[in-house]
Design a protein around this ligand. Structure first.
Ligand SMILES: Nc1ncnc2c1ncn2[C@@H]1O[C@H](COP(=O)(O)OP(=O)(O)O)[C@@H](O)[C@H]1O
Ligand SMILES: [Mg+2]
Length: 379
C-alpha cells in the first residue's frame, strides 16, 4: 500500500526543529505534504528563520521519511527564501541530494550525478571529464559519461567513437549508450551533424539535454559524470536545477582569467545549493619530455590558493603534457594509453577524493556502495 499524507505528517511531528525540543510541525514550518505512488513531496516554509538549519534538517527529514514503509522517493522543497532561489547551505553534504530516486526523475537509475564544469572553454574540461570517468570506473564503480557540451561536443573523438551512431532499442524507444573503456557514454555530438554549426539557444539546449537524459538507457549507475557546457550562464543554471547534482567539479587553468571564471563557477553552484567537490588545475605546469625539467608556464598553483580562498577542496593538478593531448586525439585517453604513468596516477587520486566525499554518508542510500568500493570489493 502506498504511503498517505497523514502518516508522513505524523512522522514529521516527531522531528524536532534543530536546537529546540519543539517539533517542526508545531513550529509551523511544514507547509504541505503530498504523496503520489510512494513519492513524497514535502514543502517547508522557513520564513525568516535561520537558513543554516536547512541542510541538516533536510537530511533528517529525508532520512526519516525515506525509511518509512511504502515510500519510494522524498523531495524536500523550501520556500520563503528572500530571492526565490534555494540558498547556499554551507553545511550541505555532497551526495545528500541523491538519497532518493525522485529528484532525478530524468535519470532514475543514477545514484550520483556529478557535473564537470569550467567558467571558460578550452581549459581541458572534457579531457578531465573523460579521464576522471574512466578513473572512477577503475575503482569498481559503475560510471556513465554524458557529454552535454552542445557547443563543442568533443568527447566522441576522445573515446574513438567519432562518426558512430548510437543504437536504438526500438521496443522501448531508448537510446543505448556506448560502452567504452569501462564506462557508458552518450553525447549530444551523436545527435548533430558533424561540422554543422550548433546554434541552439537557451530553451532548445535544455530541451535537447533533457531528452538526451530521459531517452538514454543508462541502467543502474553509481555515478554519471556530466560534461557541462562552459560558462556560468542560464544553460548551466538550468542543468543544475533540472538534475539533482551530488556535486560539481570545477576545472581551471592557472591563468588569472580562467581562475576568475572558476570563482564565478563556484559561486553559481553554491547559489543553487550544489556542493563543490573541488577544483582541478589543468595544464598546471609543463614537464619537458626530453630533460624532465618542470616549467610553470602560467604560474602554477593558482587553483590551489583559489580553492583555499573559497574554502573548497583542491583535488589535484594535471600537467600540460603532449601525451594527454595525443591520447585525446587518438581516441585513447591517457589513463588508458599509459595506465601506470604519473598522469593516470593523478586522475586516480582525484577520483579517490571524489569517491570519498560522495561516500562519507554511510547512513544513506548509495553510501554503502562507496564504502564497499573503498574496501576494494566490487558490487
Ligand atoms: N593537460 C593537458 N595537456 C595537454 N593538452 C591538453 C591538456 N588538457 C587538455 N588538452 C588539450 O586542449 C584542448 C582543449 O581541451 P578540451 O578538453 O577539449 O577543453 P574544453 O572541454 O575545456 O573545451 C584539447 O586539444 C586537449 O587535447
Ligand atoms: Mg569540451
Amino acid at each position: 500500500m502506498s504511503i498517505q499524507e497523514k502518516t508522513v505528517l505524523e512522522k514529521l511531528a516527531a522531528i524536532p526543529y534543530p536546537g529546540y525540543s519543539r517539533d517542526i510541525v508545531s513550529f509551523g514550518i511544514v507547509r504541505s505534504v503530498t504523496c503520489s505512488d510512494g513519492k513524497v513531496v514535502i514543502q517547508l516554509d522557513l520564513g525568516t528563520g535561520d537558513r543554516s538549519v536547512l541542510g541538516p534538517l533536510r537530511d533528517t527529514i529525508k532520512g526519516e521519511v525515506s525509511a518509512m514503509d511504502g515510500v519510494t522517493g522524498v523531495d524536500v522543497r523550501v520556500t520563503g527564501a528572500a530571492d526565490g532561489l534555494k540558498m547556499a547551505d554551507p553545511n550541505a553534504r555532497p551526495g545528500a541530494a541523491q538519497a532518493t530516486g525522485l529528484e532525478n526523475e530524468l535519470l532514475p537509475g543514477v545514484r550520483n550525478v556529478i557535473a564537470v564544469a569550467s567558467g571558460k572553454g578550452g581549459v581541458g574540461k572534457s579531457t578531465v571529464a573523460v579521464n576522471l570517468a574512466i578513473a572512477l570506473a577503475k575503482t569498481g564503480a559503475s560510471v556513465g559519461l554524458l557529454d552535454a557540451d552542445i557547443y563543442g561536443p568533443s568527447i566522441p573523438i576522445m573515446l574513438g567513437l567519432a562518426d558512430r551512431k548510437p543504437a536504438v532499442d526500438g521496443a522501448r524507444q531508448k537510446l543505448l549508450p556506448f560502452e567504452r573503456y569501462g564506462i557508458r557514454f552518450m553525447s549530444l555530438g551523436f545527435m548533430v551533424e558533424r561540422n554543422s554549426p550548433v546554434i541552439w539557444r537557451g530553451p532548445m539546449v535544455m530541451k535537447a539535454l533533457e531528452q538526451l537524459m530521459r531517452d538514454v538507457d543508462w541502467g543502474d549507475l553509481d555515478i554519471l559524470v556530466l560534461d557541462m557546457p562552459p560558462g556560468t550562464g542560464d544553460a548551466q543554471l538550468t542543468v543544475s536545477q533540472k538534475v539533482s547534482l551530488a556535486g560539481a567539479v570545477i576545472v581551471t587553468t592557472p591563468q588569472d582569467v580562467a581562475l576568475a571564471d572558476a570563482v564565478r563557477g563556484v559561486a553559481m553552484f553554491q547559489k543553487v545549493e550544489v556542493p563543490i567537490l573541488g577544483i582541478i588545475e589543468n595544464m598546471s605546469f609543463f614537464c619537458c619530455p626530453g630533460c624532465g625539467t618542470r616549467t610553470e608556464i602560467f604560474g602554477h598553483g593558482g587553483g590551489k590558493s583559489e580553492s583555499e580562498r573559497q574554502s573548497v577542496p583542491f583535488l589535484g593538478e594535471i600537467p600540460l603534457d603532449s601525451a594527454i593531448r595525443d591520447g585525446g586525439d587518438a581516441g585513447r585517453p591517457v589513463i588508458v594509453a599509459d595506465p601506470d604513468g604519473a598522469n593516470a596516477g593523478e586522475f586516480q587520486s582525484i577520483a579517490a577524493k571524489i569517491l570519498d566525499s560522495l561516500g562519507t554518508d554511510t547512513d544513506r542510500a548509495g553510501g554503502g556502495i562507496f564504502q564497499r568500493l573503498k574496501k576494494g570489493l566490487k558490487g
